[in-house]
Design a protein around this ligand. Structure first.
Ligand code: NAD
Length: 231
């Protein structure tokens, strides 16, 4: 299972790490609330500017993402349960079919009224051309990135497949997550209850550390390649 911490070495800040977006600016957490996004046009305009300037569009995978690709090549990867929305596992070469994006993807937009889904780039071009809050071209509804905000349910099919993988694996490797967000974090407990060994690689403490057979605090770009090499 990966979280925002696997992508910090690619230049994408996490939320709760030492240099995290919410650690530095707690007010920005409001931009991740579905209700605030629906109700407040100012939140939407701010969100569109943040998307336009987001480091994800130019980010490249790092050594930690590439180590996960090596696990797959070695036939040792059942699934990648990622909380990330940055597409970097796929860009590194992980099979898209193995990547379960629990919190969706930044690369598409979805209309909150009619569900119309399209590539994000088209909406960002409209923002760059001066639209502060581009509306759905089909029904005029509110457009949002196809990501899961607080107050929004996860995709049932993705969550079911993630639960199956958690129950079916014999080792759950956590890479770069504070494990503070449910139901994603609960998949670690599920795996442990089903008999999997848990290894947590994260720079700071998580609520699941006591379940883990091994906890490693080193930077992921170093620790994951070393683990894969030596396993
Ligand atoms: P989080 O910000 O809550 O936690 C990230 C953890 O990673 C922190 O505990 C931090 O100490 C650790 N970390 C950061 N860099 C590290 C490194 N190089 N080596 C080792 N550990 C490192 O992130 P989360 O648990 O994924 O949950 C936050 C939510 O934020 C997720 O739902 C996700 O969708 C979203 N998010 C995603 C991205 C992304 O897609 N890259 C970026 C920011 C937030």
């Amino acid at each position: 299972m990966s979280g925002a911490g696997i992508s910090t070495e690619s230049g994408i800040p996490d939320f709760r790490g030492p240099n995290g977006l919410w650690t530095r600016n707690p007010g920005s957490e409001r931009m991740s609330s579905l209700q605030a996004y629906r109700d407040d046009p100012a939140v939407r305009r701010q969100s569109w500017q943040a998307r336009l300037a987001h480091p994800v569009w130019d980010a490249e995978p790092n050594a930690a993402h590439r180590a996960v690709v090596e696990l797959e090549k070695a036939g040792r990867l059942l699934a990648i349960l990622t909380q990330n929305i940055d597409g970097l596992h796929q860009k590194a070469g992980s099979s898209p079919a193995l990547v379960l994006e629990l919190h969706g993807s930044m690369f598409d937009t979805v209309c909150l009224t009619c569900g119309d889904r399209r590539p994000m780039r088209a909406a960002l071009d409209r923002v760059a051309a001066g639209e502060g809050d581009p509306e759905c071209l089909v029904c005029g509804g509110i457009l949002k990135s196809a990501t899961i905000s607080f107050g929004q349910a996860l995709d049932v099919d993705v969550l079911t497949r993630a639960r199956d993988a958690a129950i079916g694996c014999d080792l759950m490797l956590v890479a770069g997550s504070s494990l503070a967000v449910q139901p994603a974090a609960g998949l670690v407990g599920l795996a442990a209850r089903a008999g999997a060994a848990v290894v947590i690689c994260n720079g700071s403490e998580t609520p699941y550390d006591s379940l883990a057979a091994i906890v490693l605090r080193d930077p992921l770009g170093t620790v994951l390649p070393a683990l894969v090499r030596e396993s």
